[in-house]
Design a protein around this ligand. Structure first.
Ligand code: NAI
Length: 329
C-alpha cells in the first residue's frame, strides 16, 4: 500500500514513523497542501492522507480518480474540506478520525477563556520586563457566569463538563439534546436565547451550509454587551467582517479563536519574515482583547497518538477489503 501524506509537518512524520513499523505501508511525506494543482503528485499511490486545510474538492478528486487513488484518509474529525458527493461519484472512499481527543479541544477552549479573562499572556510579558503593575489586568469571576455552548457533541459535551467545575450556568443549543448533559444541569435553549443570555459563547458545531456564519451581525446584535466569543471549531462559523465590526464598536468584549476563515493561507506556516497576505487577520491581531492560536486545539501527545493509530487502522481496513469503521458516506 503506497500512501501520499499531504500538508506534512515534522511532528506528523515523527508520529507516523514511530508507529508504522508494524504495518507494511510505504509512506511519502509531502509538505505541500493537496489541491487541484498538486494532485498530480498522487500518481502511483493507492491512498492520500490529508488534514484540515487540504482542498479536496471536485477538481482535485477527479485527478485522484485518474491516478488510481482508492482512499482519502483524513487525519482529523471535520470533513468540510472534502467534496463527499464527488468522492462517491468517483468511487473513492473517505475515512476520518472521528474522535481522537475531545478533551484536547475542550481544554484548549477553556485555556482561551482563562487567558483572555485573566490576561496571563500580558502579565507574563510585563513581569519579564520588570513591570509589576496591575493596571488594565482586571478580569472577572467565571463562577456564576452563563456559558452558551453551540453544538453539544463529543467536544461540546466535554467542554460543558469542564466549565461546570468552574461553577458556571450552562445553556446550550443543538438539534439533539443529550440526556447526560441535562442531568448535569445543562439547559437547552433556542439559538437566539443562547445568543441573548450568555456571557460567554463557545462554538462546538461542525461547519456545514446550515452553520456557515452562524455568528454574523444579526447574531452579534442579540448578544450581551461585552460578550466573550470562543471558536475552536471551524473558522467559517464566524463572519470575520462582522466580528471585526463588533470588536471595533466594543459590542464584543473578548474574542478567542483557534480557527479562522482564511486560515489555509496562514496557519501551520512560519510567516514571521513575510508580509502577511491577509488584512483581516492583521486587523484582528490589532485588538487588545483578541487571542488567536493557529489551529492547535487538537495538538496534544494523546491526540497525535490517537490520530496516527486510527489513521493506520483505517488504511489497514481498506487494504484488507473489510468494511471501513470510520467511513464517511
Ligand atoms: P460531533 O459530531 O461529536 O458534535 C457536533 C455537534 O454539533 C453534534 O451534536 C451536532 O448535532 C451539532 N450540530 C450540528 N449542526 C448544528 C447546528 N446547526 N447548531 C448546533 N449544533 C449543531 O463533533 P465533535 O467531535 O464534537 O467536533 C466538533 C467540531 O470541532 C468538528 O466538526 C471540527 O470542526 C472541530 N474540531 C476542531 C479541532 C481543532 O483543533 N481546533 C479539532 C477537532 C475538531
Amino acid at each position: 500500500m503506497k500512501i501520499a501524506v499531504f500538508s506534512t509537518k515534522p511532528y506528523d512524520q515523527e508520529y507516523f514513523e514511530k508507529y508504522m513499523e508494524s504495518h507494511n505501508f510505504e509512506f511519502t511525506f509531502f509538505e505541500t497542501q493537496l489541491n487541484k494543482t498538486t494532485a498530480n503528485l498522487t500518481a502511483g499511490y493507492n491512498v492520500v492522507c490529508v488534514f484540515v486545510n487540504d482542498k479536496v474538492d471536485d477538481n482535485t478528486i477527479k485527478i485522484l480518480q485518474k491516478n488510481g487513488i482508492g482512499l482519502i484518509a483524513l487525519r482529523c474529525a471535520g470533513y468540510n474540506n472534502v467534496d463527499l458527493a464527488s468522492a462517491k461519484r468517483n468511487q473513492i472512499k473517505v475515512v476520518r478520525v472521528p474522535a481522537y481527543s475531545p478533551e484536547a479541544v475542550a481544554e484548549h477552549a477553556v485555556a482561551l477563556i482563562l487567558t483572555l479573562n485573566r490576561k496571563t499572556h500580558k502579565a507574563y510579558n510585563r513581569v519579564r520586563e520588570g513591570n509589576f503593575s496591575l493596571n488594565k489586568l482586571i478580569g472577572f469571576n467565571l463562577h456564576g457566569k452563563t456559558v452558551g455552548v453551540i453544538g453539544t457533541g463529543k467536544i461540546g459535551a466535554t467542554f460543558c463538563k469542564i466549565i461546570k467545575g468552574f461553577g458556571c450556568n450552562i445553556i446550550a443549543f443543538d438539534m439533539y439534546k443529550s440526556e447526560e448533559l441535562i442531568q448535569l444541569g445543562v439547559q437547552y435553549k433556542t439559538l437566539d436565547e443562547v445568543y441573548q443570555e450568555a456571557d460567554i459563547i463557545s462554538l462546538h458545531c461542525p461547519l456545514n451550509p446550515d452553520t456557515k456564519h452562524i455568528v454574523n451581525k444579526e447574531a452579534i446584535a442579540l448578544m450581551k454587551n461585552g460578550i466573550m466569543i470562543i471558536n475552536t471549531s471551524r473558522g467559517g462559523l464566524i463572519n470575520t467582517a462582522d466580528i471585526i465590526d463588533g470588536l471595533a464598536n466594543e459590542k464584543i468584549g473578548y474574542l478567542g479563536i483557534d480557527v479562522y476563515e482564511q486560515e489555509e493561507n496562514l496557519f501551520f506556516k512560519d510567516l514571521s519574515e513575510s508580509i502577511i497576505p491577509d488584512d483581516m487577520i492583521l486587523r484582528l491581531i490589532s485588538f487588545p482583547n483578541v487571542l488567536i492560536t493557529a489551529h492547535q486545539a487538537y495538538f496534544t501527545k494523546e491526540a497525535m497518538e490517537e490520530i496516527t493509530l486510527t489513521t493506520l487502522n483505517n488504511i489497514k481496513e481498506f487494504e484488507s477489503g473489510v468494511s471501513l469503521k470510520n467511513e464517511l458516506l
